[in-house]
Design a protein around this ligand. Structure first.
Ligand SMILES: [Zn+2]
Length: 142
């Protein structure tokens, strides 16, 4: 969570850049009905700036689980890996949807550690994705 107040004008730029979606789990603000947070990708506790290049939209749970982390241990490679950086990396390079759209699958170590750390396949979110898929609201387009 941010310690600094995010000016509304900067928040609006971040909302537009990330198309009102969580930059991590891709949950869309319009269908979740919950205002997304602004996340410091590199946390302020680690020197991250309150500037657009270090900010992204995140749902409350992704932001909470990410906390002040920037890396985690990847069980597959046996090495630490950086968490996904939404301003410097492309989501589709690190993640993909399962065939039915309910799960996010990591394509890289960064993808895997981000999914695990942020709990991007939380049970309640998987159920919502299944419902959203049935009415054509999910997965989000590019
Ligand atoms: Zn999220």
């Amino acid at each position: 969570m941010s310690r600094s107040r995010i000016p509304e004008s900067l928040r609006l730029k971040v909302v537009a850049q990330f198309q009102s979606r969580c930059a991590y789990c891709q949950t869309q603000q319009q269908i979740s009905g919950v205002r997304l947070t602004v996340d410091h990708i590199v946390p302020e506790a680690l020197g991250g700036a309150t500037m657009q290049h270090n900010l992204c939209l995140a749902c409350w749970d992704c932001n909470l689980y990410k906390s002040a982390r920037i890396a985690a241990f990847d069980d597959v490679s046996g090495q630490p890996a950086r968490l996904f950086h939404p301003q410097q990396q492309s989501w589709i390079d690190h993640f993909q949807w399962s065939p039915n759209g309910s799960l996010i699958i990591g394509k890289t170590a960064t993808g895997r550690v981000s999914i695990a750390t942020l709990k991007m396949n939380r049970a309640e979110l998987v159920i919502s994705r299944q419902l959203w898929t049935q009415v054509g609201w999910h997965p989000p387009g590019n």
